[in-house]
Design a protein around this ligand. Structure first.
Ligand SMILES: [Fe+2]
Ligand SMILES: [Fe+2]
Length: 294
């Protein structure tokens, strides 16, 4: 189905959810998000990865049942926690097998009036550059696939890209490697006039604009609906697109204003901040101990 490119007048509303981590999900948070979707009927739901905690069968069963019950078109990206750890054969040869119940939603492009949500895979089975493999890597093949999908859209279609990892290649503070091939990807997506990249993995929300050699690129991160909170309560993003404008509201269980929910720098991973200078949301809700499972 092609997007109706002529219709830019009606505002579109997306719910951007992430890091539900079934196995360590927050039952109140997922019930709240599910009810909001049923009641408010967003045009689409983007779930940017980490559906499970350990990619176990029972975690996938719960995640897939929950996703199938959502009353909206859904795209699901794959997170680093969704690749089987224990079954090495499956990790390398059939890593997506456990997604079978929702295979039509996994890495699915969503075509809305005048706007497409295009997936970008950032999770890999193995990374020869480093261990562990929890951070992102945009392979040439993954980037090619996403660019081909963008280039096939009718001219004038607005584009959002959905990925699990934020694309920032290096952490500003100490130049630590975050997402391999991230800078090149950001530059190319900015050159394609992508409106924003939606991602997860961090467990705190953000809405930042990075400068690239081919122009600015907006990066929007959703928080988590799990009990693995970093520094803010469980949340999801409500994203409203009107013409070329994007408005992001971080909605959460504790009525904290959006500005207080959003971190202003992409940190290394989902662990709570512990070092001075680590980005911490002003709500200051850093858990007294690290999340029980990483
Ligand atoms: Fe996560
Ligand atoms: Fe992750």
């Amino acid at each position: 189905m092609n997007p109706e490119v002529s219709d830019h007048s009606r505002p579109l509303r997306l719910f951007h959810l992430s890091d539900v981590h079934f196995g360590l999900e927050d039952p109140a948070a997922i019930a709240w998000a599910e009810q909001a979707i049923a009641r408010e009927k967003p045009d689409a739901v983007a779930i940017t990865g980490d559906l499970t905690m350990r990619a176990r069968h029972h975690e996938f069963d719960a995640a897939c049942a929950w996703i199938k019950g959502l009353k909206a078109p859904v795209t699901v990206e794959i997170g680093n926690h969704d690749i089987p750890y224990f079954n090495l054969y499956q990790r390398f040869f059939d890593p997506y097998r456990r997604f079978r119940a929702i295979e039509r939603q996994v890495e699915a492009q969503l075509d809305l009036p005048g706007l497409a949500i295009v997936p970008l895979r950032t999770t890999t089975r193995a990374q020869w550059q480093r261990f562990p493999w929890s951070n992102g890597w945009v392979t040439d093949a993954a980037l090619r696939e996403t660019l081909a999908a963008i280039d096939a859209l009718p001219q004038g279609t607005r584009v959002l890209v959905a990925a699990h990892h934020p694309l920032l290649e290096r952490r500003a503070r100490d130049n630590k490697l975050l997402t391999i091939n991230g800078s090149r990807t950001m530059e190319i997506l900015a050159g394609r006039k992508v409106m924003a990249v939606l991602s997860g993995h961090i467990h705190d929300a953000f809405d930042i604009t990075e400068q690239t050699p081919s122009g600015p690129l907006r990066m929007i991160g959703a928080g988590t609906l799990s009990r693995r909170i970093r520094s803010t309560p469980p949340s999801f993003n409500e994203i409203t697109i009107t013409g070329e404008e994007i408005h992001v509201v971080a909605r959460n269980l504790e009525h904290v204003p959006t500005a207080a929910m959003q971190i202003d720098e992409v940190p290394e991973n989902a662990l709570p901040p512990r070092q001075p200078g680590e980005p911490v949301a002003p709500v200051g809700a850093v858990p007294p101990v690290d999340p029980p499972v990483h």
